[in-house]
Design a protein. Structure first.
Ligand code: TRP
Length: 355
């Protein structure tokens, strides 16, 4: 019995500067996964056209995400690192998935509802079909695992729905061509061309909140730069932002339960834990009962130690766009080999004359 080869795929969209939330929620996890899985990390530049069509610095932003991947420690030899637009099969498979997925599925996506706002009729068709392109990203490589944050889980479920419908609709063709792969779906053994990709949740997934308001997510669009730590911030800026972070007057509690109802304290403890690679309990064991005047300098030191070298390396890499482009080109070539192999079989399954 053949099985799907374990493969991780993930992508980051090149819009806006990366911040601590992106680092802890995505990049740090990507780095940890490269030791155990074969991984493909994509800069999903075509996704950036869905909400805003015209960008004045998309190329720059694309290189910026690639620089962040490298600066965080992703090895471009071990993994495939590339940008989506280099591999046109993403768009091609997305088209086929547009014909698999139902309009109702897309209309139900909370991200679409949020981004389209009140004037849905005027949203781009690309924004509506965004999850179809995301499914294509993943399934073009028949990836089995995707590290995603909470906010992308619904899109990953939709990816599974698309894979399942494709597998069902073409089950006879897939079997006749001998392209089916066995997989377990719950207790049941089924056969399909596309895997039902699983989310990968590694370690505690901190929701990194604004440093100015513990009830809001850290966001690149918050007007206050003090609300977030950007990956490109230098050591002084990182330390200053942590010292200015909002807190309440009480010292840190003696146990994690005591963080309930104290969003700012909870956020800073969560950030410390995630950066140090320990649990919140461990942080409270060390700092419980202490004042923020003691905890904040420790957190600032840790954040500077972990993040400042990344920012420095990003700046160095961004000054060498030719090197970044060469990494993306090489990754694109390796991704293309896999993409072409999948699409050859998809053409046969769907019955498109393309050879
Ligand atoms: N939608 C993802 C986000 O906004 C980005 C993305 C695009 C992605 N394609 C993907 C993530 C494939 C994982 C796998 O974060």
């Amino acid at each position: 019995m053949s099985e799907f080869k374990q493969l991780v795929f993930s992508g980051v969209q090149p819009t806006g500067n990366l911040h601590l939330g992106n680092y802890l929620g995505a990049l740090q996890k990507f780095v940890a996964l490269q030791d155990t899985y074969e991984c493909i990390y994509c800069v999903v530049d075509m996704h950036s056209l869905t909400a805003t069509l015209v960008h004045d610095d998309l190329v720059e932003q694309t290189r910026g995400i690639a620089a962040a991947y490298l600066a965080c420690g992703l090895d471009p030899k071990k993994n495939i690192i590339f940008n989506q637009a280099r591999v046109p099969q993403h768009a091609e498979l997305a088209w086929i998935f547009n014909c698999v997925a139902r309009i109702g599925w897309m209309n139900r996506m909370t991200q679409f509802k949020d981004k389209a706002g009140k004037d849905r009729e005027n949203a781009s068709l690309g924004l509506l079909a965004y999850p179809s392109l995301m499914a294509a990203d993943i399934l073009l490589y028949r990836a089995t695992h995707v590290p995603v944050g909470e906010d992308q889980k619904q899109h990953l479920e939709l990816t599974r729905d698309i894979a399942q419908k494709f597998n069902n609709d073409f089950s006879e063709k897939i079997a006749n061509l001998g392209y089916g792969v066995e997989m377990m779906v719950g207790e049941e053994q089924v056969n399909g061309f596309f895997p039902l990709t699983e989310p990968l949740i590694e370690g505690p997934a901190p929701r990194v909140m604004s440093l100015r308001d513990g009830s809001k997510k850290m966001s690149k669009s918050d007007p206050s730069d003090l609300s977030r730590i950007n990956l490109l911030d230098d050591a002084d800026t990182i330390a200053r932002k942590i010292k200015k972070a909002k807190t309440d007057p009480a010292p840190l509690p003696g146990d994690v339960e005591g963080l309930a109802g104290r969003p700012e304290a909870d956020n800073l403890v969560g950030i410390y834990a995630a950066l140090a690679g320990v649990s919140r309990e461990n942080v409270i064991e060390e700092f419980g009962g202490r004042q923020f005047s003691e905890f904040k300098p420790a957190l600032a030191d840790l954040a500077v130690e972990k993040l400042a070298p990344i920012g420095e390396e990003m700046r160095r890499l961004k000054a060498d766009p030719a090197y970044i482009d060469s990494v993306l080109r090489d990754g694109g070539e390796r991704a293309s080999v896999k993409a072409e192999a999948t699409m050859k079989q998809v053409h046969e399954i769907v019955g498109l004359l393309a050879n």
